[in-house]
Design a protein around this ligand. Sequence first.
Ligand SMILES: NC(=O)c1ccc[n+]([C@@H]2O[C@H](COP(=O)([O-])OP(=O)(O)OC[C@H]3O[C@@H](n4cnc5c(N)ncnc54)[C@H](O)[C@@H]3O)[C@@H](O)[C@H]2O)c1
Length: 285
Amino acid sequence: MTDLFSGEVIVVTGAASGIGAATARALARSGAKVVLADRADCADLAESLSGHAVRVDVSDEASVAALMREAGSITGSIHGLVNNAGVTCEVTIDATTAEDFQRMMAVNAMGTLFGIKHGARWMRGTGTIVNTASLAGMVGIAGYGSYAASKAAVISLTQTAAMEYGPRGIRVNCICPSSVETPMLHAQANAAAERALSRLSSPLGKVMTADEVAAVILFLASPLSQAMTGQALNVDGGGSAGWSMALLGALIGEDEVVDHNPTRKPGDASVVAQAGRDSDRAKHE
Ligand SMILES: NC(=O)c1ccc[n+]([C@@H]2O[C@H](COP(=O)([O-])OP(=O)(O)OC[C@H]3O[C@@H](n4cnc5c(N)ncnc54)[C@H](O)[C@@H]3O)[C@@H](O)[C@H]2O)c1
């Protein structure tokens, strides 16, 4: 336990599961009074962390305003906010409905907007906001158009909020993870291919854990990052930094490149290649 956030009230949305739950645990270990907010029940987790559980639907502005009122009334102010609740949608643009797109924007983009708007009102003189965007908001990923657009909106809102709230002492940053081992990834139809691609394309040769992502959120929420605002940090094992040797191997032949990373599994390249062939075949059927 450290006292990085000693006594600070920090709201985490999407705290019932995955990255949000890991962040709530890490914040509590670092001394914060955590407000765990989710549309799902997280009362047991909140109790185990001596925190507070609040039911919220982040796509509903009145619900978010009520969450912030409740959190703000604990000590009279909110010191930190992690806008992390999110949903995903695996569908090509060709098959996307208006409802698909609206749901992604309502939860991921508007949920972040409402969180910033109503959370910042309870920050007195200083505060930090960390938004969970995605690498999908930075680069195109086939089959994730609506999700990616909503996460690009999160990155853009982060930049604008940094400009508007900086003069009030509030810093706003976001993280852009690639694949993270959470229930969201487990539920995806292409989870095996996504894991294999993550191991291949990142020089660290890995799929991120929720605890690893939570550690970056804590850095951005803490004074350790006090010189930073308006930034989008990729949390992707270095996958966006360049072409890994293993990915090059998958492209030009595994025997042609030397890859010393012991964490990759033999056959990752063929899993990704097969997923690509399946996807191409599906598009032409
Ligand atoms: N897992 C990944 O690979 C990955 C990669 C990049 C970004 N992300 C982002 O990380 C964030 C956390 O995702 P996760 O992987 O931990 O998934 P998860 O499904 O484990 O957790 C998401 C949480 O958000 C909550 N939630 C969903 N809609 C809500 C709403 N309208 N109101 C309140 N709560 C709501 C869910 O109940 C759930 O507890 C999301 O924003 C997601 O888009 C995840």
